[in-house]
Design a binder for this molecule. Structure first.
Ligand code: FES
Length: 109
């Protein structure tokens, strides 16, 4: 079965911006870094802040609540390396953003 889900128009996420999308009740934060779109979990590993509403600085998406930063390419956390968030595969097809919402294999474990 095709795991990829069409989640957004590429135009709705300009370079340097992030936004939240929902797939079957789960939330994901999408971020556009110089034209490349990445996806991480929308739930901050600190106190569950909505990462998609945060601000992007280079590849780092900062939580709107207390500012923890997450590398949108990997989910790595800048202040707490032991508290990454999941990252998800994204593809752009004909101006549409497609996301693989399956939980990634845990590489940190
Ligand atoms: S909830 Fe994200 S930094 Fe506190």
């Amino acid at each position: 079965m095709e795991p990829m889900v069409n989640v957004a128009d590429l135009e709705s996420i300009p370079p340097g911006k992030a936004r939240t999308v929902e797939v079957s009740g789960r939330r994901f934060a999408l971020a556009n870094v110089d034209g490349r779109v990445f996806a991480i979990a929308d739930r901050c590993s600190h106190r569950a802040g909505p990462l998609g509403e945060g601000y992007l600085e280079g590849c780092v998406l900062h939580c709107p609540l207390h500012g923890w930063g997450f590398d949108v390419r990997t989910g790595a956390c800048d202040v707490r390396p032991d508290r990454p968030v999941a990252s998800y595969r994204v593809e752009i097809r004909e101006g549409q953003v497609w996301l693989d919402p399956r939980e990634p294999e845990s590489e940190a474990a």
